[in-house]
Design a protein around this ligand. Structure first.
Ligand SMILES: NC(=O)c1ccc[n+]([C@@H]2O[C@H](COP(=O)([O-])OP(=O)(O)OC[C@H]3O[C@@H](n4cnc5c(N)ncnc54)[C@H](O)[C@@H]3O)[C@@H](O)[C@H]2O)c1
Length: 282
């Protein structure tokens, strides 16, 4: 299938960077958010992310696709793929996906970038649930090539093949897994971040020491708490709550330190402070 027009819903950390990836591969994007300020920032961010990706050789766009930003969901009516990347709250995603169903045609592929909500749970909100597939892009999606692709129990062969074709067009490598809270990556990663935050809270080790063990001893590129700051601590808590509510596993109950930081507005890189100070990265 030839992809012509991609709609990205949510102009936060991920939606903006997914828009960068898509326009960087020459496809036009309509980026939707409820917040006009977010959309204005996203335009600048897409330009600087494209420059960065080009500079380090991660993307070599011959021509970039047009970027349209809007607060009107009706503007995605001509999209042939929708990528949902709004806040990790099941009720927000469910309401939006029901609205999407009313706007786009029945053949349109709906990819969700959810961190932890089962794809089949999201599919319930669509009149054509078989068109839904999970595409868990990593942050930042224009630099990280591998994408965790989640096939829900009702995802059709046609939807899977369109999803894999789009990811190939975007130069991404798909690893297909089954459905369930947190899928593979976040079922493991969120628990690890939560436990690392508990250790810091108990005073057993500083965030620097915890992360140094993961990078130095285990060869991880970043430690769990630096990763949490990159993801956004608000998103980490939302994802942990999704996992905790759906599994009942106390390992996913957000640690007191994570909750305190989020309550104080210290979300990590996007606010300038989380487990670390991030000067000039806001
Ligand atoms: N941050 C990460 O590293 C990361 C990685 C992989 C997946 N994800 C997932 O991607 C999704 C987005 O995460 P994020 O970190 O970009 O969050 P974010 O908080 O940075 O951005 C979310 C955006 O969604 C917008 N939004 C909320 N409701 C909306 C609606 N009804 N219509 C349009 N826009 C709406 C908000 O205004 C905000 O700009 C979440 O599901 C998250 O779990 C995040």
């Amino acid at each position: 299938m030839k992809h012509r027009h991609v709609a990205v819903l949510g102009a936060g950390v991920m939606g903006t960077a997914i828009a960068t990836l898509v326009v960087g591969h020459g496809l036009p994007v309509t980026l939707v958010d409820v917040d006009p300020d977010r959309l204005a920032r996203a335009r600048t961010e897409v330009s600087s992310q494209l420059r960065l990706a080009q500079l380090i050789g991660a993307m070599r766009p011959e021509r970039t696709g047009d970027l349209v930003t809007t607060t009107e969901l009706g503007d995605i009516a001509t999209a042939d793929v929708v990528i949902e990347a709004v806040t990790e709250l099941a009720e927000v995603k469910a309401k939006l996906l029901a609205e999407v169903s009313a706007v786009v045609g029945p053949d349109v592929l709906v990819l969700s970038n959810t961190s932890a909500i089962p794809v089949d749970e999201l599919a319930r909100s669509l009149t054509h649930p078989e068109r839904t597939v999970g595409a868990h892009f990593m942050n930042p999606p224009y630099l990280i090539k591998t994408v965790e692709v989640i096939r829900g129990p009702r995802s059709s062969d046609a939807a899977m093949s369109t999803a894999l074709d789009l990811l190939a067009t975007l130069g991404r490598e798909a690893v297909v897994v089954g459905d369930g809270p947190g899928f593979v990556i976040n079922r493991v990663l969120q628990r690890m971040i939560n436990e690392a935050a508990r250790i810091a809270d108990e005073g057993l080790a500083t965030p620097e020491a915890i992360d140094a063990l993961f990078t130095g001893c285990l060869g991880h590129r970043t430690g769990p708490l630096a990763t949490a700051d990159l993801i956004g601590l608000d998103n980490v808590v939302d994802s942990l709550l999704v996992l905790h509510e759906r599994t009942g596993d106390p390992g996913y109950e957000p640690s007191a330190l994570l909750r305190t930081k989020v309550a104080a507005g210290d979300f990590g890189r996007k606010t300038g402070r989380g487990f670390y100070e991030h000067r000039g990265t806001k």
